[in-house]
Design a protein around this ligand. Structure first.
Ligand code: UD1
Length: 340
């Protein structure tokens, strides 16, 4: 296999750190940058421990086009995996301009830097949140698009920008629409470390399991699902990372741009997630049903067949595997990367 020099934006984030390891395991050379807006420099040491080597890193902001261009040139980068961005739905509703600036203008800045540096491949971190929530799963890539918050709009806008730029130049792009990433590296050295109260289900469940929070609020049990609680497609972050390696390897084969779901195709309910976490942590996890969270769909899971056909990738790990790994990380790092 042809090995590549791959740059990761947002390399110290939850997903970026796992991708860095997967790329290194597949023989690629990894470099990265981050502005630490929502991540810790401690991640770099942990990744170096796992990979047995440290990667070239720079503290850079997406807005700094020229600095990014010279970073790409200096490191002889062949392709970029673009993960840097803001990701809170609630925050995006309260501060839409900050979200459009960072996610959309930041991506344009990156693409301009790539053009300056003659880098012609990009894999973009998009989200299943671009789909209209009012449609029946499984969701294929041709499902109706209709995000319901600024965060989701930024994701579909960047996909569009990449598609247009690819059509007009020698750029090749793959937009990856993630379902719900969970789990952690089995070493327990890296994992998800949310700032403040977690918005997402799995980190919240794990913080209750470790005793940091009292109980899980189940946001409604009157949805049109088998047990009444919301159903999602939880994908192990290491499977997600392997999907990026497959996408980077596929860049050379595609003509302009492509859009591909990364999910398992399996839907799990909130109650099933709590039960799987209870088994992994070997303890009861207190929970209580409360009212629905506005904007939540009853069911969302992927049709992952395009990823298998076009990338030769398929999720290998189960929800139970993800809970075991997420729990090991949470148990050994109850305060995440903060060691105090
Ligand atoms: C959310 C975002 C989505 C983003 C994704 C990142 C919303 C509406 N969507 O997806 O845009 O891409 O995170 O991973 O915020 N739940 C509880 N109690 C909790 C938390 C969640 O019952 O404390 C339920 C939710 O109602 C849902 C499921 O758990 O049914 C998963 O929720 P969450 O982890 O927040 O993910 P999504 O809502 O799917």
């Amino acid at each position: 296999m042809h090995t590549l020099n791959v740059a990761l934006t947002g390399v110290t984030g939850y997903i970026g750190s796992h991708i860095a390891i997967a790329l290194a395991e597949h023989g690629h050379w990894v470099v990265g940058f981050d502005n630490f807006a929502n991540s810790s420099p401690a991640v770099l040491d942990r990744v170096a421990t796992i990979c047995d080597t440290s990667m070239p890193f720079a503290e850079l902001d997406l807005a700094d086009t020229d600095a990014i261009a010279s970073f790409l040139v200096t490191n002889k980068v062949d392709a970029v995996i673009h993960l840097a961005g803001l990701k809170s739905v609630a925050e995006s509703v309260a501060e839409p301009l900050r979200y459009y600036e960072t996610n959309v203008a930041g991506s344009v800045s990156l693409l301009k830097a790539m053009e300056q540096a003659n880098v012609h491949g990009i894999v973009f971190s998009s989200s299943a949140t671009v789909y209209d929530p009012n449609q029946t799963s499984p969701l294929g890539e041709d499902a109706v698009i209709g995000p319901i918050n600024p965060y989701g709009h930024t994701k579909i806008m960047v996909e569009q920008i990449i598609n247009n730029a690819a059509a007009a130049s020698s750029l090749k792009g793959i937009n990856l629409r993630y379902f719900n990433p969970v789990g952690a590296h089995p070493s327990a050295l890296i994992g998800e470390d949310p700032v403040g109260t977690p918005n997402n289900l799995m980190p919240y469940v794990m913080q209750v399991a470790v005793g940091m929070r009292d109980e899980v609020s189940i946001y409604g049990d009157d949805y049109a699902t088998p047990d009444g609680t919301g159903v999602r497609d939880y994908i192990h972050v290491c499977d997600l990372a392997d999907g990026h390696v497959a996408a980077v390897n596929a860049l050379a084969k595609i003509s302009t741009s492509d859009t591909i779901n990364l999910g398992t195709g399996v839907g799990s309910s909130v109650r099933e997630v709590i039960a799987a976490a209870e088994r992994a942590a070997d303890r009861d996890i207190p929970h209580r049903v409360v009212k629905r969270r506005p904007g939540d769909a009853d069911m969302s899971y992927a049709d992952p067949s395009r990823a298998e056909h076009r990338l030769g990738w398929k999720a290998q790990r189960t929800l139970a595997d993800a809970c075991v790994d997420h729990w090991r990380w949470q148990d050994q790092n109850p305060h995440g990367y903060t060691t105090s």
